[in-house]
Design a protein around this ligand. Structure first.
Ligand code: 4NP
Length: 160
């Protein structure tokens, strides 16, 4: 079982969408039994909340189901998950800084930037929260592409 955690700032826009898309992808490819997928935020701003209404609508329009309640990234997650995917550099910095609190010899998740497998110069998934609808659609297509790349990488690496 490969355990994946998508991480953004609020856990109401980007990371729950990444989670919903990845779940759909593995279901479509009949790989669902090989993965455990979840998402979290680096902040505590939206703990216990449903995803942002704009994210939910945008996802539903594209047939992606988001069934997630906001939660904050915690230190145990570094030991529980195999992969932690950060949406942008700020998230990555936060994650790397938290990681320093682990004891030296503890085996922990591989930490990656979500777009690190993309063949593009843009390395971040932009935060759509303070923008308009267009930004949410843009994020949807960025994540769809990045998730395809991620699944390709994982199926090869884990010989699925
Ligand atoms: P997310 O977007 O990190 O993609 O979930 C945000 C959600 C909320 C806030 C910022 C970004 N906020 O400042 O409340």
């Amino acid at each position: 079982m490969i355990k994946i955690l998508f991480v953004c700032l609020g856990n109401i826009c980007r990371s729950p969408l990444a989670e919903g898309q990845f779940k759909r992808l593995i279901k479509d490819k009949d790989l669902g039994d090989n993965f455990m997928v979840n998402s979290a935020g680096t902040s505590d701003y939206h703990i216990g909340e449903k995803a942002d209404a704009r994210t939910l609508k945008n996802a539903a329009d594209e047939g992606v189901i988001i069934d997630h309640v906001g939660q904050q990234l915690k230190l145990e997650d570094f030991l529980h998950y195999d992969y932690i995917l950060a949406m942008d550099y700020k998230n990555l910095e936060h994650i790397m800084s938290m990681k320093q609190d682990l004891k030296n010899n503890e085996e922990c998740a591989t930490i990656m930037l979500m777009r690190s497998l993309d063949e593009t110069d843009d390395e971040e998934v932009p935060d759509p929260y303070f923008g308009g609808e267009e930004g949410f659609r843009h994020v949807f297509s960025i994540l769809e592409n990045a998730n395809h790349k991620l699944l390709g990488y994982l199926t090869e690496r884990h010989e699925l």
